[in-house]
Design a protein around this ligand. Sequence first.
Ligand SMILES: Nc1ncnc2c1ncn2[C@@H]1O[C@H](COP(=O)(O)OP(=O)(O)OP(=O)(O)O)[C@@H](O)[C@H]1O
Ligand SMILES: [Mg+2]
Length: 241
Amino acid sequence: MALFISFEGGEGSGKSTQAALLAERLRETGRRVSHLREPGSTGLGNYLRHWLKSNDRSMTHEAELFLFTAARAELVRRVVKPALRDGEIVVCDRYADSTTAYQGYGRGLPLAAVRAANHLAAGGVWPDVTFLLDGAPHALLMRARAQAALYDERDAADRERDGWQRAQDGGEERFERAPLAFHERVRAGYLRLAEEEPERWRVLDAAQGAGLIAEQVWDEVARLEARAGAASVAGERLPGM
Ligand SMILES: Nc1ncnc2c1ncn2[C@@H]1O[C@H](COP(=O)(O)OP(=O)(O)OP(=O)(O)O)[C@@H](O)[C@H]1O
Ligand SMILES: [Mg+2]
């Protein structure tokens, strides 16, 4: 049963942790899963991910918008659509809402322009459910920095290897260094999005234990699968499309 699930939230909110836990549990119960991350999961996406995260040169906000949406345009057409068509469950660590929250609300680009870029990139493919891991940015950033500090204690060779690994695995240094006010705007932006589209979003308290959050995610996904199953039997819905 095709289903498109995304995780959103600020730096260190637990998106990668929850996406991995969900993908693993779904696979254990016999579902076919594509576990993706944004930007990434395609040739161009991984190239841009590494460039965006390892390169701290500043760029214009407009260029940043286009790089993230370019990665998304590839991901949607080359990976997400084929997987959904094939009946897979797609679990995505960030998606188009990140662009609205970061480049729109965070950077202050006009929301209408961000929406237009997102719509072109997403090609009409929107998640069935989006989990927002919401919490106070200062607390979540401390989590993310604690993780970064672990890397600093290692020797130079490890650091070099893990520097690449961290960029690959979801380090967000580009934004981690932004002032707290930026992260507060991103959080407020996410909450606004969730408010505007309550049928798609589930807001979860990121300060809870990871196991507890995973249970809430699991319950919601089970509910959604049951509903999608009933609807597709009735021929009413092409999931994820
Ligand atoms: N619910 C939780 N409670 C406490 N710590 C957590 C929780 N979830 C994740 N962590 C820890 O917080 C750190 C950040 O988690 P994770 O990498 O999953 O967040 P993220 O949202 O993917 O971050 P980023 O925005 O940097 O990609 C990790 O060290 C992780 O082990
Ligand atoms: Mg991550």
